[in-house]
Design a protein around this ligand. Structure first.
Ligand code: ADP
Ligand code: MG
Length: 275
């Protein structure tokens, strides 16, 4: 069994009312421990609903979601599931609960009932992991958006989850803040072997993942390795390729010999090689 599994999952908001919205339809997917996956799709395609289904904030209407073999529909497992999967949301301002940064990061481990010693250790480690340790005694409201989001990530890290879901967590950040978050997430995946599920509508961010899931209108329309990002089906669903892929395609049409690339760095290398 995979670490996270969706087995034919559907979810409807306001079910059985005239305002019912079928947000997720017959979705099946598998995520292995240690994976770095991206979930991409337009606004309203059902991505955030999937995020909430993963850690039991929402329970499937049909089908089953399991995390490490535990069903999210099983109330007894929810605490354990939420220890395993942390979510970082879009707006860092809605995720801060305390007036001092380190108290904010301590909130999760305190709720786990850990000893003060262990809490201290985890808070320090989490803040160092996101490079915010020196700010620990300050107030969150003084921070930039990127710094706040790093504190929010530290708050999730302090729970020591095995997987982290980032739901458009960089979308309110400037390019520098964005890159900081992506670098941290990459490091956590590579060095701590943390499973990362990055939800985004930016194709250049999706290009950093090893496995891609593409949703449209509540359905999974494509999934697989990076090659998915250049699939013609994307355009049919009104989605762009990552910018590096688009430029590479243009250069190939112009007669340049450019191999398979997904990121600006890979593109630059291919252009140099080709010249
Ligand atoms: P995404 O994260 O890809 O933008 P969402 O999962 O947030 O998509 O939304 C999927 C669909 O469900 C959309 O049509 C959205 O309007 C609807 N939806 C989301 N949250 C709610 C809610 N709390 N109540 C009713 N409809 C909702
Ligand atoms: Mg969303």
């Amino acid at each position: 069994m995979s670490f996270i599994e969706f087995d034919n999952v559907s979810y409807t908001y306001a079910a059985q009312t005239p305002n019912a919205v079928k947000a997720v339809k017959n979705l099946s997917l598998k995520i292995e421990e240690g994976d770095f996956v991206a979930l991409v799709g337009h606004n309203g395609s059902g991505k955030s609903t999937v995020a909430k289904l993963i850690n039991g904030l929402l329970i499937p209407e049909h089908g089953k979601v399991t995390v490490d073999g535990m069903s999210t529909a099983d109330k007894k497992s929810l605490f354990e599931i939420r220890k395993n999967v942390g979510i970082v949301f879009q707006n860092p301002d809605n995720q801060m609960v305390a007036t001092i940064i380190e108290d904010d990061v301590a909130f999760g481990p305190e709720n786990l009932g850990l000893s003060p010693d262990e809490i201290r250790k985890r808070v320090d480690w989490a803040l160092k992991s996101v490079d915010m340790y020196e700010y620990r005694e300050g107030a969150p409201f003084r921070l930039s958006g990127g710094q706040k989001q790093r504190v929010a990530i530290a708050g999730v890290l302090a729970i020591k989850p095995r997987a982290m879901v980032l739901d458009e967590s960089t979308s309110m950040l400037d390019p520098v803040g964005k890159k900081e978050i992506m670098d941290i997430v990459h490091k956590l995946n590579k060095e701590e072997k943390m499973t990362v599920i990055m939800i985004t509508h930016f194709m250049d961010e999706a290009a950093l993942a090893d496995k891609i899931f593409v949703m449209d209108d509540g359905e999974l329309i494509l999934s697989g390795a990076k090659k998915v990002l250049t699939d013609p089906l994307l355009a049919a669903h009104g989605l762009d390729m990552p910018p590096a892929c688009r430029i590479a395609e243009g250069l190939r049409k112009g007669g340049m010999n450019i191999g398979e690339v997904y990121t600006p760095e890979e593109l630059a290398e291919e252009i140099c090689r080709s010249l």
